[in-house]
Design a binder for this molecule. Structure first.
Ligand SMILES: Cc1cc2nc3c(=O)[nH]c(=O)nc-3n(C[C@H](O)[C@H](O)[C@H](O)COP(=O)(O)OP(=O)(O)OC[C@H]3O[C@@H](n4cnc5c(N)ncnc54)[C@H](O)[C@@H]3O)c2cc1C
Length: 458
């Protein structure tokens, strides 16, 4: 084993650098949106020249709404492209959350845009004539954007599987980009020439670059395959998957980060799914993932064979204890399979002989659901200041170490009574549990700034 040092790990940006780069990016986006908003003021189209008073204001507002929606549609490409530098600043989970909220906002602007434009035209119906084809492209855009947002919000109710939804989402989004550029170019003369025209072509070029970067990354990932080295059941409904690189070294990653894995196998489909890299970077050579079977794809994971090729896109995320000061006390609260990032962190902390105080509270349904129980027991030997508390939610409590407790405010208050209120708290588990625990921790007196959460859905 190589000596363990932080030098082998990817560089984390300091909080100050993240705030700095984050502010630069947010300011750039706001400047671009402000520039787009100014277009209907400085480059009036012919339809605006003949409007006055309230009509002109309405028409201008309608155009502004459309331009804001257009800017945000372009931003969506950046948010969802899994760009590494964006992940290092904002974390991919936050970017995907923002992507979701922005989608709803875009749909709102897209609906208001034609309404504000139609009112000053006194239109009660859309004139059906070929010369209005760019407007019909706009109608297509409005319907597609609304459809994308509705289906994304109602996916579970509509019983659409994630992977089918993702393919639909990607194709629908691609058609939105094409339709958007056509609509902008032909619906008025604003973008035909001059500065707005140049800016539009810059945006098209930028979009093409992001698209090319994503394609290039996919090709590079396929050029560096891993192989399944082992697959074993580690607890009820949970498999340990170990993979090794075909050539070269394992990528460097931070304990607690995740990657998207996909297989080339006869037994499982090839779509990429996100999983925490549960192994520790202090033990390079192979990567381990602990996968709980819960849906169509994970239920087949046990059928993957040794030597099947695996592709890894990652690492991503900022859910790691390395973002805290070296002496900061750590509290880890995990629900079920939400233990995997903590497992990676504990393996790393054990290998580096970290002396700090650590408390792990781990809730499982039954003892059978506890993964790698022996390894967790051995951590307590290597990390003298680690305390593990098992909480079982179903069935009888097994022994004095397995508490039958609820992780509500009073339960947590009791379990964390000996912990410093400026500890860094890491929480990962089912969404409802994380929400409740987050609120309870704040009420108990922990600082929101030091509570880190990882959602197992993007
Ligand atoms: C950052 C992160 C880390 C994770 N780490 C682990 C881990 O260490 N161990 C573990 O067992 N699980 C982990 N998960 C959850 C795991 O990704 C899902 O359980 C798995 O993808 C479900 O796939 P399925 O088709 O079997 O289930 P489904 O029932 O089809 O999906 C269940 C849910 O998982 C999500 N999901 C499904 N497919 C994808 C996909 N291709 N891309 C993104 N999200 C998807 C969706 O929110 C979906 O609603 C993690 C998820 C994230 C986001």
């Amino acid at each position: 084993m190589q000596p363990v040092t932080h030098k082998h790990l990817p560089k984390l940006l300091s909080p100050a650098m993240r705030i700095f780069f984050g502010s630069v990016i947010v300011s750039a986006v706001l400047i671009i949106i402000a520039g787009a908003i100014s277009i209907p003021f400085y480059f009036e189209s012919s339809s605006m020249l003949y409007k006055f008073g309230a009509d002109k204001t309405l028409l201008r507002s309608g155009k502004i709404m459309g331009l804001i929606a257009a800017c945000l549609v372009i931003l969506q490409a950046v948010l969802s492209a899994r760009l590494k530098f964006m992940d290092r600043i904002f974390a991919l989970n936050n970017l995907m959350n923002f992507h979701r909220i922005t989608g709803i906002f875009i749909a709102g602007c897209a609906v208001i845009h034609p309404v504000l434009i139609f009112i000053p035209e006194d239109m009660t119906s859309i004139p059906v004539s070929f010369r209005y084809w760019p407007e019909f492209v706009g109608v297509f855009l409005l319907l597609t954007i609304s459809g994308i947002v509705m289906v994304a919000l109602l996916r579970l109710k509509l019983k659409i599987s994630f992977d089918r939804w993702r393919i639909m989402h990607q194709w629908a989004t691609f058609s939105v980009y094409i339709a958007l550029f056509v609509h902008l170019l032909f619906v008025s003369e604003t973008f035909e020439k001059g500065l707005p025209g140049i800016l539009l072509f810059c945006v098209i070029g930028f979009y093409a670059l992001v698209f090319a970067k994503v394609r290039f990354k996919t090709i590079m990932i396929r050029k560096k395959p891993f192989r399944v080295s082992s697959m074993a059941l580690t607890a009820k409904d949970a498999f340990s998957l170990k993979i090794q690189p075909d050539h070269g070294k394992t990528p460097s990653y931070l304990p607690g980060q995740f990657g998207f894995i996909s297989f080339k196998s006869e037994n499982i489909s090839s779509e990429a799914h996100p999983f925490t890299i549960a192994s520790s970077p202090s033990r390079p050579g192979s990567l381990e993932f602990i996968i709980r079977t819960c849906g169509d794809w994970t239920r087949k994971i046990g059928e993957v064979q040794p030597q099947d090729p695996v592709f890894l896109d990652g690492p991503y995320g900022l859910f790691t204890h390395l973002r805290c000061q070296r002496k900061t006390e750590l509290i880890m609260i995990a629900g079920g399979i939400g233990i995997t990032p903590m497992l990676s962190m504990l393996r790393y902390l054990a290998d580096t002989g970290d002396p700090r105080k650590i408390k792990l509270i781990w809730s499982n349904r039954t003892r059978k659901h506890i993964i790698l129980a022996d390894e967790f027991d051995s951590f307590e030997k290597n990390l003298p200041n680690l305390r593990i508390i098992h909480v079982l939610t179903d069935g009888p409590a097994g022994n004095k170490k397995n508490k039958k407790l609820k992780l509500d405010q009073s339960g947590l208050e009791r379990l964390l009574s000996d912990c410093s209120k400026v500890s860094a708290v890491f929480v990962c588990g089912p969404p409802l549990m994380m929400k409740d625990i987050g609120k309870a921790l704040i009420r108990i007196g922990f600082s929101r700034r030091f509570i880190f959460t990882e959602k197992f859905s993007l």
